[in-house]
Design a protein around this ligand. Structure first.
Ligand SMILES: [Mg+2]
Length: 271
């Protein structure tokens, strides 16, 4: 029997915050310095550093933890992981300065430039640029404003609490919209584990059919919601092909949520 939706769970990165654009622009700004110094093609350097970073990141013993919590290699290029949780976060904190330097130095080397000192300079510049370049989608505040009085809003985000809170601190208008902010690194398990969705529901004393999850990632947001028995909305802004994970709804623009919620709630009222 259809019931009224009482809460909306939102993913953060690339659902409300345009993280991929921030990363891209931070690379562009940092690689420009290498172009000025050595005349290298900035795009080629970006590709080389991304490749080196992905390879190096996957070699660390904390890599399985980053996958379970949901922290990608490019977050490692600017996150500090000053998290209170002991264990893997401490090792990440100790390792990331070396990781960043190696990724940038290796990227430069791929383009024939052997300059460790400059690699370190770029490695330190990238986090500064990333912090200076937060992007929020144009429809983010619009939808949050239309929903905030009618629904409880939760952020359910994968990542390091320190880094996710840094992202919220540099886009400070977002935080006040949310009744709760659930961060996988603090909870101990990340999406798609249904436990984090069950925890989010428990914060509001809601049943799975009283919430709906909105996110851009089929493998985490949508799969996890499906496993937890929560309806899901896949925000597919860039018209990506789907996979075997089937969302309840698919949208291109966050404003389409209004139509979906109205439909669900209309059906509930007719019962
Ligand atoms: Mg996301």
């Amino acid at each position: 029997m259809p019931v009224m939706i009482k809460a909306i769970f939102f993913d953060l990165d690339d659902t409300l915050l345009w993280d991929q654009k921030s990363v891209k622009e931070a690379f562009r700004a940092t690689c420009k310095l290498a172009n000025e110094r050595y005349g290298v093609d900035p795009e080629a350097l970006e590709t080389a550093v991304r490749t080196a970073a992905v390879q190096l990141y996957s070699s660390y013993d904390f890599y399985p933890f980053t996958q379970m919590i949901g922290i990608n290699p490019f977050e490692g290029l600017w996150g500090n992981f000053l998290d209170e949780q002991p264990g893997e976060f401490t090792r990440m904190k100790e390792t990331v300065p070396v990781y960043r330097r190696e990724a940038w130095t290796t990227g430069l080397k791929e383009l024939g430039i052997d300059d460790r000192e400059f690699g370190e300079e770029l490695a330190e510049r990238f986090p500064v640029e990333r912090k200076n370049l937060p992007f929020v989608y144009e429809d983010t505040y619009e939808i949050l404003n239309t929903l905030k009085d009618q629904y409880q809003l939760l952020l359910v985000t994968n990542g390091s609490p320190d880094l996710q809170n840094t992202k919220l601190a540099i886009s400070p208008q977002l935080h006040p919209y949310f009744n709760h902010i659930v961060i996988s690194g603090a909870f101990g398990k990340g999406k798609p584990d249904p436990a984090i969705f069950a925890y989010a529901l428990s914060l509001l004393s809601l049943k799975p059919d009283e919430a709906i999850m909105v996110g851009d990632n089929l493998r985490t947001d949508i799969l996890g919601a499906n496993r937890a028995g929560i309806q899901s909305v896949w925000i597919n802004r860039h018209n990506h092909a789907g996979n075997e994970v089937i969302p309840t709804y698919e949208i291109r623009h966050l404003s389409e949520l209004n139509r979906i919620l109205a439909k669900i709630n209309r059906n509930a009222n007719q019962m």
